[in-house]
Write a protein that binds this ligand. Structure first.
Ligand SMILES: NC(=O)c1ccc[n+]([C@@H]2O[C@H](COP(=O)([O-])OP(=O)(O)OC[C@H]3O[C@@H](n4cnc5c(N)ncnc54)[C@H](OP(=O)(O)O)[C@@H]3O)[C@@H](O)[C@H]2O)c1
Length: 313
């Protein structure tokens, strides 16, 4: 029976450190602020917003909500982003996706200045990860407490996308070796699959990326030491597609009619074969939020260290 990779526990540890860092900044009279922008009525985004607001309140991060109707124009959205970029109270901005269909999310995310792109989805952040210029590549050993403190003065700061980085942190928290392993990532989105494949590569896994056009998904998953699935297709990964002892990370979120949540993996059958598995809910989701808070407090620390170099310990 697979061991559970406990996202709630890891998220609790990360948030405890964030709380201490927020308190340390408070001692210097500095508040930490996160902006959250929602456009439209996507139910999953609303749930994520609610959970993020609650998590911020627990660690002492102030929140600034910007809600737009489904009919919002691109100009209004861009103006909101621009006002947040220059708002000294706000250290990071999360744009909840999806945006209404008429609005190109890349256009919006790329308007966020990289210092406040705490979701790490802007071209500069993604480009730095792809070009091996992100601090992530430097810290192959998992020394994440000092992750953002090294390059902030020498180059433009950037942040790692929260969900894929959460997957790496979960793997490391369970002391799972990544180096030299065959990792199969299912999904190639800009927010999850693609950056996750880059991170696994930086950790020296052999990486295969599968997507809708992959002809025989099971052919690849059966070879995997580590399977990371992010499709939003309920029951996509079944026990016959998993090698004995594989590590299975389920990033997918599917909200059922009764309101319950399941992932991409047929948990009951796959957990009989895997060595480690993430539950849904309680796996990658809580870690994603914890990393968003961590990135936000790092942004505040970076900002303060530029203005007042003694503030950061
Ligand atoms: N746990 C968390 O914190 C968290 C955070 C973000 C997202 N999520 C969840 O993760 C899932 C993916 O999110 P996303 O933003 O990456 O979604 P997305 O942009 O819709 O991407 C889905 C990806 O899955 C691929 N795909 C779809 N059907 C497939 C199939 N039958 N076989 C193989 N690949 C298939 C797509 O391939 P193509 O590119 O070829 O279309 C695409 O790359 C969703 O369920 C989302 O709710 C969870």
């Amino acid at each position: 029976m697979a061991r559970i990779m406990d996202g709630k526990k890891l998220s609790g540890k990360i948030k405890e450190k964030v709380k201490q860092d927020v308190e340390a900044l408070h001692a210097y009279g500095v508040d930490v602020g996160l902006g959250l922008m929602l456009a439209g009525n996507d139910p999953a985004s609303k749930e994520y917003l609610k959970a993020t607001l609650a998590a911020c309140a627990k660690v002492g991060i102030k929140t600034f909500e910007y809600s737009h109707p489904e009919t919002v124009s691109v100009n209004e959205i861009i103006n909101t982003v621009k006002s947040i970029n220059i708002d000294e109270r706000i250290n990071g901005l999360l744009v909840l996706l999806p945006l209404p269909g008429r609005i190109n999310p890349r256009h919006v995310v790329n308007e966020i200045i990289s210092e406040k792109d705490v979701d790490g989805l802007g071209s500069l952040s993604v480009g730095k990860l792809a070009a091996d210029e992100s601090t992530f590549q430097i810290f192959k050993t998992g020394d994440y407490d000092s992750l953002y403190t090294h390059d902030s003065k020498s180059s433009v700061p950037s942040f790692l996308p929260c969900t894929p980085f959460g997957v790496i942190r979960l793997l490391e928290d369970s002391t799972i070796d990544i180096k030299g392993k065959h990792a199969v990532v299912i999904g190639k989105s800009l927010a999850v699959g693609k950056p996750l494949s880059l991170m696994l590569l930086a950790k020296e896994a052999t990486v295969t990326v599968c997507h809708k056009a992959t002809a025989d998904l099971a052919y690849f998953t059966r070879q995997a030491d580590i399977i990371c699935t992010a499709t939003g297709i309920r029951g996509l990964i079944t026990a016959d597609m998993v090698k004995d002892g594989a590590v299975v990370v389920d990033i997918g979120i599917n909200v059922l009619k009764d309101g319950s949540i399941v992932g991409d993996v047929d948990f009951d059958s796959v957990s009989g074969k895997a060595s480690f598995i993430t539950p849904v809910p309680g796996g990658v989701g809580p870690v994603t939020i914890a990393i968003l808070l961590e990135n936000t407090v790092r942004s505040a620390q970076n900002n303060q260290s530029v203005k007042h170099p003694l503030v950061r310990g």
